[in-house]
Design a protein around this ligand. Structure first.
Ligand SMILES: [Zn+2]
Length: 157
């Protein structure tokens, strides 16, 4: 079967390590992101907490490693978008019991991470897309909600 969707973007997508995103016989977070954003080619990166790994990393090496991977994805595969996919329903990197506070923390960190990446000259040509994977009570990914988008600081000619 051929994929007849147009090649909209090539992207690097960053997910949390959380097992619920990758369950057998359940919707796969990566497929949902590809469908929602029309991504044909994508590099998949994993960092616990995703946005938190960039703005409040549990260990400094986590941010450095993630930035290095994004840069490498850009060099090797000429991506034009970077997608950060936090997830709700008790992300272990956040360790919060209150879903409203967790939602606020994800949105705040995604926004901060987006600006941080947009202002980093290494990534000036990347569109930054911010999203949250919604995980239901059955620990299955329900959908991907795009919560923000930042245009590239410089356009490719
Ligand atoms: Zn998580």
């Amino acid at each position: 079967m051929t994929n007849e969707k147009p090649h909209v973007i090539a992207a690097a997508v960053v997910f949390c390590m959380d097992w619920r995103l990758y369950q057998k016989d359940a919707p796969q977070a990566i497929s949902l992101v590809q469908d929602v954003l029309g991504i044909v080619e994508c590099d998949v990166l994993v960092a616990a907490g995703v946005s938190k790994a960039l703005v409040e990393p549990q260990i400094p090496a986590l941010r450095e490693s993630l930035l290095w991977h994004i840069e490498t994805s850009q060099k090797l595969h000429h991506i034009n978008a970077l997608v950060l996919v936090d997830h709700d329903n008790k992300c272990g990197a956040y360790g919060m019991g209150d879903p409203i506070k967790e939602e606020q923390a994800h949105r705040a960190n995604l926004a901060r991470a987006g600006v941080m990446l947009q202002e980093d000259s290494r990534f000036a040509y990347l569109k930054i897309i911010l999203a949250i994977a919604r995980i239901d009570e059955d620990n299955k990914v329900k959908k991907i909600e795009v919560v923000g988008e930042l245009p590239p600081r410089r356009a490719l000619v």
